[in-house]
Design a protein. Sequence first.
Lengths: 317, 244
Amino acid sequence: MAPMIEIQNLTKRFGSFTAVDDVTFHVERGEVLGFLGPNGAGKSTTMKMLTGFLHPSSGTATVCGHDILADPIAVKKVIGYLPEGAPLYPDMTPRAFLEFIAEVRGFTGGEGARRVDEVIAKVNIASVAHQRIDTLSKGYKRRVGLAQAILHDPQVLVLDEPTDGLDPNQKHEVRNLIRAMAKEKVIVLSTHILEEVEAVCSRTIIIARGKVVIDCTPTELAARSRYHNAVTVSVAADKLTAVRHGLSLLDGVQTIEDLPSHDGAARFVLIPKAKRSIAVEVGQKVRDARWEVDELRVERGHLDEVFRELTQPTARN
Amino acid sequence: MKNVITLFKRELKGYFATPVAYVFIVVFLVLVGGLTFKVGKWFDARQANLQGFFTWHPWLYLFLIPAISMRLWAEERRQGTIELLFTLPVTMGQAVIAKFFAAWCFTGIALALTFPMWVSVNYLGDPDNGVILASYVGSLLMAGAYLAIGSFVSAWTKNQVIAFVISVSGCFLFILMGTDTVLDFFAGWMPRAVLEAVASFSFLTHFQSITKGVIDFRDLVFFGSLIACFLFMNAIAIELKKAD
């Protein structure tokens, strides 16, 4: 079966500025693609082209087999889209707004009302359904935007920063919602919250200065970190010197980085040689030497560090 | 067509969701009444027609219609809802037409609410209702032309104030072309054909010819094609400007 989203050499230029530069990738059903990149990297522009809002300068994309240039209306029918900032008509109530969306999406009468009720329950906005949208909090507005995007049960969901500006509870809710829909849909979401990628995405694409710099799973992304398989050790301050010295002699340890201490406990990180697993080695040593260690934790890798390294031009080369 | 109706309904309801609609209607009725009775001294004229009422329409529309049209696309762009609108399965043409007709229908409602004028004149005298009906049609057509220009201007900016000022200036140009001041200016040194061409672009010339009671095919074509032309340019303007 052909991929649900197929982006081919997609390019968008604004004057002399190239916002999206020859981007190519596909997304299959069941994938949740996290689209990462610094602000202005071209995430939103790519999404705007994919959803048919902007015309690409060159290249094209197909969504469920429909070409965005040849048949934009068909594309718009199969996509649910939450634009950045969740724009809504401020003088409408969520219910009236969703009824309007239902009607434009071709659901009239009972079917339309049923779908509106369904999404209102799904995103949990029943309590404000009859309040004007401009009086709603940011969290509610975002949920109305999400409701609008999923009302027609689209096969492809494109979400531009779906959790931006939400509090931790709301973020959690939205992520649960995304995870629940992930199985039968294709979801592309952009974010610059890296924990979100680990929480919901099955795949990440990092884009910087309009180009795709990496395309892999969140786990693989974390593995690129120099902290991958590093071990964080926390000991009482008076034992620090002994433990630190003892562990630094281990075979697999490349270097040691000290962390800020708190509550009288000193902490440091053992960076392994060539990212190999040193947990066993370290544990063995600690037991043999009978050190009282408060914490021994294996790091999966720091995504923000990888992100910086991949997206900052100076950090590379 | 179904999409046009859906969008049209949302737009028209939108007018009445805010005080804007009511303020507009009240201001329009007060001004049109004030101008007709106080300034135009309609009673003193002792004529059973609404000539003294319709004369003011081009000038009232000059300021009131851009006040409606300024938000049409500028607001949509400022709120970012334009992105929502054009990622729904609707075409550019459907959206432009729906928005325009909703605004036009709204002005039509305001205009229809001047019916007490028509009732009064029929109560006081025995007017030619055919002329009055033609004048209403002409007034509505002219309002449509103002709206099309305003809608086009509104597509270029996110700022409603700018949209308003430019629309007023643009519409003023279309009125001015028929006034003696402008025509006299050209009269001395321009060939007659140019003079007539300039005058033929004026709202005043066409509106006045309709208020005489004859809905000439040429006047219909003028307003119709002007509306179509500006709406077409409107669509192009949105396409060009929606990225920023």
